[in-house]
Write a protein that binds this ligand. Structure first.
Ligand code: GLA
Length: 734
């Protein structure tokens, strides 16, 4: 045994003998993974403080050496202030709280005291449950932390309850709170818009607050994504340095507050956005916050992303362990203009093309003056359009069967066009002001999902389609409008609950869908990537990253989303956006995620068709590497004129390298791409795949065998000097 170890074991024994006697033993709560420790301590006055969050401490005995307080004055005098784990408004802390409660007597302060804690094992991890209670008011908060040991991910949420006589009003209800003391903090945010999802930008946090939030209700991530990165002491780097990645599992208004206090410490507060949502909590009912999911890596954000990917595939993403279907979508090919024969022909083409499924998009429903021939009418009327499709969905399924492909269908069930039978019958089912002229986003309104009758109706859309057509193999579930005209006819005087109850209503429906149709894969879509959160992904097998399928833009978008989501969750389709780029470049970009096509196959040349068929076969063969392997981001499009990413299978016997040349400069110096994650001892054969018909690889390394060590230290000359070209390389261990 090493000397230091012996010393600490001895110390541990001594401590365990003497501590009870000196009554000085600190009450410690520890949440740990293989590489991380989050340590909390109960102060002499019974309050709970975070004393450590960082790389795992080797000797648990030393948790006792941590102090609950930090010096909170900048002039050197000792002012003790703790990092209260769930800080209440009105207490002696002068910064942003986690919780704010207006009690029955009007008092607005909350001082939470430690009551008890316990642990239990849950799938993949250990859950720590900590109970806190105000010492004056009967208000309780239960903190939950699930630590996933191997993945180094922590999922945390809080539950608020009380036994006051009348409802209390919650105006803050954070999921959790984390504190950091470092020299500097660099926040990477992901701002968005239609066709411009996940634009990454980084800034140093200075004293005061920075808030990332959404007030859109539904399609909530349209302008800001519900995730962030913080680099400590330096901007988040791919392979080195300490980085925090966090995301909120909430398909509605979210907020992340980053506050640097007077002594340069940072607190991070993830929450449902309390904007316009003071919540009246009745006695003996529980307010459960959404999950905050986070990881901390001391080896850069690449490792942090892999932590989240591994966790998501095992424990969160619907069917994370199952393969995915390639598909042909008709949206950009036909828009609203199709009929049975046309679709039947497309299904045959899909089969010949080699994809698994045909996905029928918008425009198949609504009749008479509410026929869905543009986005003006029909949403809400989920009856097949008899003019376009006289045989209904059953005829389409018959076509699909004959062609030999699966059949999937688009719905946007949470929405209604004022021009619809549904709106004429139930105007009070839509969220809309009773006394103002409504304004419309994409000519539609959002259904009031807080209303249980509306929930039944929305669930009924899926149930009816599935009962009548059990062979429907897939849904693309869209959501194109934020909540506009923010008034719920159902909630009446409780309008302040609308943003929250609406999202809960959506989950009620999704829960029923998942329970009754457990094997139904679904795409979460929201006018592109307006919904992309991990609570949604409990119900959806994948999400649509963006309507922007220009492969150049997609490089940035897929790079951005890959920070938080595994390739398996990210749909990427080959389309006609940016026709200046080759079909090879477009397909190679889409192949690093879940591959699909949304393009008129008739418009493709013979060569392009042959190339695509080959690429689909390759992608299917390599699904276990791309979708289930580990991802390494090698060359950033944000920092260079190229992008490169490699995937390595779990057993490290196979790898795929995707290298893209976006806009290289003339005579630019091209560096070899150094791979990551290979087994240095294994020898890998290098083969370029996805070549245009008749083309031979010009790779220097083609057909040769190299050790993983060599490939990671010297690399492959995979980058080129030409605009929008790509190289896909398969590596197989001998
Ligand atoms: C949204 C989706 C598109 C398509 C259209 C149909 O914009 O993002 O992929 O389904 O709706 O109206």
């Amino acid at each position: 045994m090493k000397k230091t170890m012996m010393r600490f074991t001895l110390l541990g024994m001594l401590l365990s003998v003497f501590m009870p006697l000196c009554a000085q033993e600190k009450k410690i709560i520890h949440v740990g993974t293989d590489k991380l420790d989050l340590v909390m301590q109960v102060s002499e006055k019974g309050r709970l403080y975070q004393t450590y969050f960082g790389e795992k401490l080797k000797y648990p005995q030393e948790y006792q050496n941590l102090n609950w307080w930090v010096n909170a004055s900048s002039d050197g005098s000792v002012v003790r202030r703790g990092w209260e784990v769930y800080s209440g408004a009105g207490n002696e802390d002068f910064f942003e709280p986690a919780i704010s409660v207006k009690h029955n007597d009007g008092n607005r302060s909350t001082y939470l005291h430690y009551l008890s804690s316990e642990t239990q094992s849950v799938p993949g991890g250990v859950e720590t449950i900590v109970k806190l209670r105000d010492d004056v008011f009967p208000v309780e908060v239960t903190l939950h932390y699930v630590a996933y040991a191997k993945e180094n991910v922590i999922r945390t949420w809080s539950e608020i309850r009380h036994q006051e006589k009348k409802p209390v009003v919650l105006s803050r209800y954070a999921s959790s709170m984390l504190y950091f003391s470092r020299s500097s903090y660099y926040l990477t945010e992901f701002s968005s818009d239609w066709a411009r999802e996940v634009q990454m930008s980084t800034q140093q946090l200075q004293a005061g607050k920075k808030v990332l939030d959404s007030k859109l209700g539904s399609r909530a991530a349209l302008m800001m994504d519900p995730f962030f990165e913080v680099g400590f002491d330096q901007p988040a780097h791919e392979t080195q340095g300490e980085v925090l990645l966090g995301t909120l599992g909430w398909t509605g208004n979210f907020s992340f507050t980053f506050e640097v206090d007077n002594v340069g410490n940072l607190r991070v507060i993830p929450s449902i956005n309390p904007y316009e949502s003071p919540y009246e909590l009745a006695p003996n009912t529980t307010f459960k916050t959404p999950d905050f999911i986070f990881t901390l890596s001391s080896e850069g954000k690449g490792q942090a992303s892999r932590n989240l990917h591994a966790w998501a595939l095992k424990y969160q993403l619907k069917d994370g362990d199952k393969p995915r279907m390639t598909l042909l979508n008709n949206w950009e090919n036909t828009y609203f203009f199709f009929n049975e024969e046309k679709l039947g022909a497309l299904m045959k083409e899909a089969k010949d093309f080699g994809v698994d499924m045909f996905l029928l998009d918008d425009g198949w429903f609504g009749n008479g003056e509410h026929a869905r021939n543009n986005d003006n009418a029909g949403l809400g009327d989920w009856e097949v359009n008899h003019k376009k499709l006289p045989g209904g969905v059953p005829a389409l399924i018959k076509y699909a069967k004959e062609a030999g492909v699966k059949f999937g269908i688009w719905i946007e069930p949470e929405m209604v066009n004022p021009k619809s039978d549904l709106f004429e019958k139930h105007p009070d089912w839509a969220i809309c002001y009773p006394n103002r002229e409504p304004y419309y986003f994409r000519n539609q309104l959002v259904l009031d999902m807080s209303n249980p009758k509306v929930q039944d109706y929305v669930y009924g859309i899926v149930e009816k389609l599935m009962t009548e057509n059990p062979e429907i193999a897939y849904f693309k579930w869209d959501c194109n409008s934020p909540i506009t005209n923010v008034w719920s006819p159902y909630l009446k005087e409780k309008q302040n609950h609308l943003y929250i109850e609406h999202v809960r209503g959506v989950y009620n429906v999704l829960e029923r869908v998942k329970k009754n149709f457990p094997n139904l894969p679904m795409m979460m879509c929201s006018g592109g990537g307006g919904r992309c959160d991990y609570e949604g992904l409990k119900y959806f097998t994948e999400f649509w990253c963006s309507d922007d399928t220009d492969p150049v833009e997609r490089c940035y978008i897929q790079w951005g989303f890959s920070q938080f989501f595994p390739a398996k969750a990210m749909c990427a389709h080959v389309t006609s956006w940016n026709r200046n780029t080759s079909i090879k470049f477009r397909t190679d970009v889409a192949s690093m995620c879940k591959l699909g096509f949304d393009i008129g196959l008739k418009d493709l040349s013979e060569n392009d068709l042959a190339y695509c068929k080959e690429a689909i076969k390759n992608w299917n063969r390599l699904q276990p590497v791309i979708l289930d392997g580990e991802q390494y981001r090698l060359v950033s499009p944000y920092e260079t004129n190229h992008m490169a990413v490699n995937y390595v299978s779990q057993d490290k016997k196979q790898a795929v390298l995707f290298a893209y040349d976006i806009h290289p400069r003339l005579y630019e110096k091209l560096l070899p791409v150094k791979l990551q994650g290979l087994d240095p001892e294994k020898r890998y054969k290098v083969t370029e795949i996805n070549l245009m018909p008749g083309r031979k690889s010009t790779l220097k390394e083609e057909g040769k065998v190299y050790s993983g060590d060599f490939l990671m230290k010297v690399g492959i000359e995979a980058l080129k000097a030409s605009q929008t070209t790509s190289t896909v390389i398969e590596l197989v261990a001998e």
